[in-house]
Structures are given as C-alpha cells and as structure tokens.
Design a protein around this ligand. Sequence first.
Ligand code: SAM
Ligand code: SF4
Length: 463
Amino acid sequence: MEFINENYINSLLQSDELLNENYQRDIIAKGFDAKGLSLKESATLLNINSPEILDELFQTAKSVKEKIYGNRLVLFAPLYVTNLCVNNCLYCAFRKDNKELQRKTLTLDEIEEEARYLVLTGQKRILLVAGEHPKKSNVEFIGEAIDRIYSINFNGNNIRRLNVNTAPLSVEQFKELNSYGIGTYQCFQETYHYNTYEQMHSDGPKKNYSWRLYAMDRALQAGIDDVGIGALFGLTDYKFETLALLMHAFDLDHKYGIGPHTISIPRLEPALNAPVALNPPHVVDDLSFKKLIAVIRLAVPYTGIILSTRERAELRRELFEAGVSQISAGSRTSPGAYKESQQSLDEHALEQFQLGDHRSLDEVVKDITSLGYMPSFCTACYRSKRTGDRFMELAKSGKIGKICVPNAIATFEEYLNDFASDGTKEIGKKFLFDELDKINGVTKKKTTEMIERVDKGERDIYL
Ligand code: SAM
Ligand code: SF4
C-alpha cells in the first residue's frame, strides 16, 4: 500500500493554503489546458466552497471533457451473471450473510438470453458483473460466458466490447481472462481508507486490502491494457477518497505509462439487508458529488469517467456537464433481470442495489440527444488495437476526435435505423445532420460515406 499515503492526503486536506480563493482560481486556469493536475492541486479544487468558483470549476471541467471527448457519451449496460458471493461487504445485498436474497447463477443459455435482450435493444457494450465465488464465478465460467455473449449476432448487431467487473485475480488468471478478448477489466477498491476498508470487509478473500489494491498491477502485467478503477462513495470522507483514487491513477501512469482507462464513481445506494448501504457513514451530497467528478476530469483529463444508473435521471443530466464521458442505460442489477423485466417477475428480490434511473435505453438516447450529447455505441479502438498507451497517445495528441466522430456517427446511425422508436429517430436523425454539418474536409467525406453504407444495410463499419 506504499503509494496510498494517508498521512500526505490528510495533510493536504488540512492545509490552510489550499483554501486561498486566488490559488483555487489559478489551479482551475491550469486545469483548462487539459494537461492534468498534481495531487496538491486536486486537493485545492476539492476545497472550493464559493459558489462562483465552483461554477468556474464546472465550466472548465465541461470544456476539458469536450476538448478530449467532444459531445460524445459512450453507452453500455451491465449483465449480472451470478449474485452468489463468499464475501460479506456490509454495503452490498449480495453479501453472504444476506439470507433473504434469492441466489442465482445463470446458465450459459440464460446468459445468452440476457445478452440477446441487450443486443435487441441496441446495446453494443456490456459490462459483465459477478459476485465472488471460487466455484460459480471462476475464470473458466466467466470465459465461457464471454464466448457465448460474443457469439450472438443478429444481422450484424452484436456485443462488440465486453468489459468485466469481477473479483481480483492472479497474474496467471488474468492472462486467461485476457485470452477471451475482454475490453476493460474493472475492479473498485471501494474505499482506500485502510481502517474503513477493514470494517467493511470482515470476511472472505476481499478482506485483503493489498490484494485488491494491486489487482490492476497484476492485470497490466498479464497484458490487459485497459483497466478501470473506482471507489464507492459514501464509505469515508469524499475528499480523502477522491485524492486516494487519484493517487492510484497516478501510480499506474507512473509505473506502466498508462493511467486507468476509466474511473467509476458509484455512490452508495440502498440495498437489501446491507446495513451500511441503508445508513451510509459519509453521505456525499449532490453538489460535492458534482465537484469531485469535475476535479477528477481536470486531474486525469484522458480518463473515461463512468456514471451508472445508480443516480436518478435529473441528477445524471447535471453530472454530464461536469465531465462524465460514459454512462450505463436501461440497466438491471440482478442475474436474469432483463428477461424478468419483460415478464414483470419480482426482479428486486435478487438485485444488488436499487437503481435511480429506470429508463430504457431508447428513452436515455432520446434524452441525451435532446440535451446536445451524441450517444456513442462505438467500440472501434479496442478492436483496432488502440488500447493502453496507444489510446492515451492518440487522446493526448487530439487526433482521437478525427476517428471518434465518424465512428460515433456511424454507430448512432445504426442504432437509429435498427432500434430507435419513432420519436427518438426523428430527434436523432436531425441531430446527426447537424453534427455532420460541424465537420469538414476528409473527415466529413469519410463520415458521409460511412452513413451511406449503414443506410444500405452494412453494419459494424469503423475507422
Ligand atoms: N464482486 C465483485 C467485487 O466486489 O469487486 C464485483 C462486482 S460488485 C457486484 C460491483 C460493485 O458494486 C462493487 O465493486 C461496489 O462498488 C458496487 N456496490 C456494491 N454495493 C453497492 C451499493 N449498495 N450501492 C452502490 N454500489 C454498490
Ligand atoms: Fe460480493 Fe462484490 Fe457484493 Fe462484496 S461488493 S458482497 S464482493 S458482490
């Protein structure tokens, strides 16, 4: 744990120097260049209290996000394959002492059914999620599930990037997982605060703080290029957590030349028989949440920030403005829930936590398009081997936009032609027409050709 220096974080948070408003404004101005911030600078921004300066922070985070990712919002949905778990995390409904939860591990056929449902609503990216269980959710099982999901194809519509959020593995196991062609490997430290971590995880393999903390090192050593870190906000002070999360990001960048591909920022939601989730020790209010997202955006500008459907729709709209670049939509958080949602069975008896945004993918697409964001179903980078440092290099040089804009437009056109409701289609087509108008030269020519090919029925076209 040597790179999580609690004393240093606490000393920064207690420093009066960082309360100086002129200094805070200087750091915001520095952040505008999208070159990243140090830990001390990030701590300074977390200490902002003045509403005017906060507003400047949000505006800057928005423009940095736009500089790098344009107006695109990448969409995905989780797929839970098992809620069996040998751990006892006090905030999670899947914990082993929760005797009221109906336990379920999907068969490969059921996994295929869930994935098929997602493909047929227009999703192209899945995040596969599992409780930790040495027999039920081992690498072999996860690997077979991945193969099954990738094998589904309906007239060119398929899952094109499969990210995985499972318990940490050894280097050998990560190598095996990587051989199935995963996108990002995600694992959240939950809390970087050692004592809090111990209190929350009294049982099972997750008890081991360091094993979890070094999961990304092992994943990278095993050849997984894209890793996603995160913290579960609400367990300890949010300023501490944000700085520790950034320390983790800086450490990976320093050691491997690749920062985290994504950072997730789940906030504690109520969950069945999960005492800490029902009564969070350090509730993060909405404004502080928005602030920490903006700080992360300025501190690590090239990292994708993921916001899930844990948050309610109105707040999600506001948080997109603070630097979020990836969102889940149309999600369910229990094994088999997509099928059950169609049959109106009681999916809540199996779910991990309660969702704040229950809208369908189509509703979310319509909503974000109306707000001026381009829904992106693009998965090109990973399939063109633009991962790890190659992705970071492209993002830093600003060249990524020339590739991403055409790809996002082509995949959105696919979505509109194949899955959108009439209302979404109408708004979406107009939106794409305006987007095309914003680009010119070779990029415009290429994009127009891609749209024409999609309209003629070709699928999965990308640069
Ligand atoms: N079991 C694996 C693990 O713990 O890493 C992977 C999947 S776990 C189901 C995914 C994530 O859900 C956890 O890492 C945690 O951050 C989040 N989570 C658990 N309980 C939650 C709650 N009550 N509210 C919001 N997120 C929660
Ligand atoms: Fe199990 Fe993960 Fe839930 Fe903890 S957070 S109880 S490890 S599923």
